[in-house]
Design a protein around this ligand. Structure first.
Ligand SMILES: Cc1cc2nc3c(=O)[nH]c(=O)nc-3n(C[C@H](O)[C@H](O)[C@H](O)COP(=O)(O)OP(=O)(O)OC[C@H]3O[C@@H](n4cnc5c(N)ncnc54)[C@H](O)[C@@H]3O)c2cc1C
Length: 477
């Protein structure tokens, strides 16, 4: 990563003319941009300097396309600022294959912890000559008269022929409005704000939601000796290991991660479903909520209402636990079939037997008379595209695209969950998407940036979203 500031506040000619961050260091080492970007033009502006934006930049650099990456904070900020202390990857390290920078550490089958992930992304940014401007937020994106785009930022307005939006799949922490009816003396956090058990007030903790974050945070609190009350949703689970290998390794061999979204009949159902829960903690293991219950955690169905401090739950705990197990066992069935078909030698493994069953499901919990002092809402994230003034969204505010290419020539998205494959919104698949978009960008340049890109002809007509739509696309991480 070039980090030149200089007397001109960060301008420098290096083949591509790029304004550099200059000026003072703020807390945490973030460099604030002193000079503005007013009047700067680039062939391509990439908004967002996480793994998706950096991967795009890597391919644009290789193609010799002048561009700049705008990052409001610094690379890796999502992992640095919005993950808890014991956080680790759920996907094995060998799946971290950013373009030109695959994981080469000593533990390919392990799971990097938060600070290692941050370092991996920082090292990636350092590994090539990324034209990055940190500490700049893009605040408005519009079509420019005569073609191309105008990008207003906190440091002036620049223009570009083409724009790639890499602003992240999990942008806005979502809490249900129900939270407003929680008794005032209960401390409330979103999963993105949770750090560790010791930061919560003494007492019992309610965790709402059982996607990846909810299950892992509930486990973190449970291991720290807290009494946890867990409102269980309908997220599926997956076993960590089966028949001698990580399930992810089997699924890789079975070609699951190469399947494109177009192969699924109901693409939306695939794109917007909650992730399977499992953990990489301590070398990786299952998350079995039934085992937690046996160990003293209190499980409930979905939280549906709060009245006068009394929480109400749907009678769906058994159904949700059974569903999670059924999905996990179904994945094992598919692995068995693969082993049979391919003749691979793999040890036989006994199937899962439920270790706990809910009795009469508690339908209510009175917070006033309980020891609950805090709530962690693990209820997912939304996307905020209100600053994008270009009509490329569908009726829910989700960007209408074909493999990241929108119906607006020159405008692209990257890093969306299942943008093209399972790995699109993860470390394992973003490289392919970045290479693909770089080739689209290069060919649009050859044809004239504003020309129609042929492979998106027939994209359904988009509708411009109203403000409330952006919360409608909810993803549970
Ligand atoms: C709890 C959780 C666990 C996960 N676990 C895994 C895992 O085990 N394995 C895996 O492969 N993936 C995992 N993921 C998914 C994925 O890898 C991460 O979400 C990752 O951060 C996505 O990278 P990204 O670059 O697309 O987006 P982000 O990392 O969100 O980066 C987007 C960047 O854009 C910047 N930005 C946003 N808006 C603007 C703007 N207007 N102007 C300028 N900059 C802007 C942000 O500051 C940010 O740095 C997990 C996600 C979550 C939430």
């Amino acid at each position: 990563m070039r980090a030149d500031g200089g007397a001109d506040g960060g301008h420098r000619e290096q083949g591509r003319r790029v304004r550099r961050p200059g000026g003072e260091r703020r807390g945490g080492g973030i460099r604030a941009v002193k000079t503005d970007l007013e009047g700067v033009h680039r062939s391509v502006v990439v908004v967002g300097g996480g793994q998706a934006g950096l991967s795009t930049s890597y391919h644009l650099c290789r193609a010799g396309i002048d561009h700049v990456v705008l990052e409001r904070d610094r690379p890796g900020s999502e992992w640095r600022n919005r993950r808890w202390d014991s956080f680790c990857l759920v996907t094995p390290n060998w799946q971290c294959r950013l373009p030109g920078f695959p994981y080469r550490g000593a533990d390919p089958d392990g799971f990097m912890v938060r600070d290692e992930i941050v370092r991996y992304i920082e090292d990636y940014a350092e590994s090539f000559d990324v034209p990055l401007v940190q500490g700049v937020t893009a605040t408005r994106l519009r079509l420019a008269e005569g073609g191309g785009f105008r990008i207003a930022t906190t440091h002036g307005e620049l223009t570009a022929d083409q724009v790639v939006l890499a602003t992240g799949p999990y942008q806005v922490p979502l809490k249900p409005r129900l939270a407003e009816r929680m008794p005032a003396d209960v401390v409330q956090l979103h999963s993105s704000e949770y750090r560790n058990a010791a930061e919560l007030p003494p007492g019992e903790v309610l965790v709402v939601g059982t996607g990846q974050s909810g299950c892992q945070i509930a486990e973190d609190l449970h291991l720290a000796g807290r009494r946890v009350h867990l409102a269980v949703g309908s997220a599926p689970r997956v076993a960590r290991f089966y028949r001698g290998r990580d399930v992810v390794a089997w699924l890789e061999d079975m070609g699951y991660y190469r399947r494109s979204i177009d192969e699924f009949e109901d693409a939306d159902a695939v794109r917007f479903r909650a992730n399977h829960y499992v953990t990489g903690r301590d070398g990786g293991r299952d998350i079995d909520l039934r085992a937690f219950a046996r160990g003293g955690m209190r499980l409930y169905g979905r939280l549906t209402d709060i009245r006068d401090g009394v929480l109400r739950f749907a009678p769906d705990l058994k159904q949700n636990l059974d569903h999670a197990d059924a999905v996990s066992e179904g994945i094992k069935d598919a692995i068995d079939a693969h082993i049979r078909a391919s003749g691979v030698d793999a040890p036989i493994e006994a199937r899962y037997v439920p270790v706990w069953e809910p009795g009469a499901e508690p339908s209510e919990l009175d917070v006033n008379t309980s020891q609950i002092t805090s709530v962690v809402w693990c209820t997912g994230f939304g996307r905020d595209y209100r600053w994008i003034d270009v009509p490329v969204f569908d009726g829910r505010g989700y960007p209408a695209h074909e493999r990241g290419v929108t119906s607006c020539p020159g405008l692209y998205f990257i890093g969306l969950p299942w943008q093209h494959t399972w790995g699109s919104g993860r470390f394992c698949g973003v490289a392919d998407d970045a290479a693909y978009l770089a080739s689209c960008i290069a060919s649009a340049r050859r044809d004239g940036a504003a020309s129609e890109v042929p492979w998106i002809a027939g994209t359904p007509e988009s509708t411009f979203p109203s403000d409330e739509y952006w919360t409608a696309t909810r993803t549970v991480a």
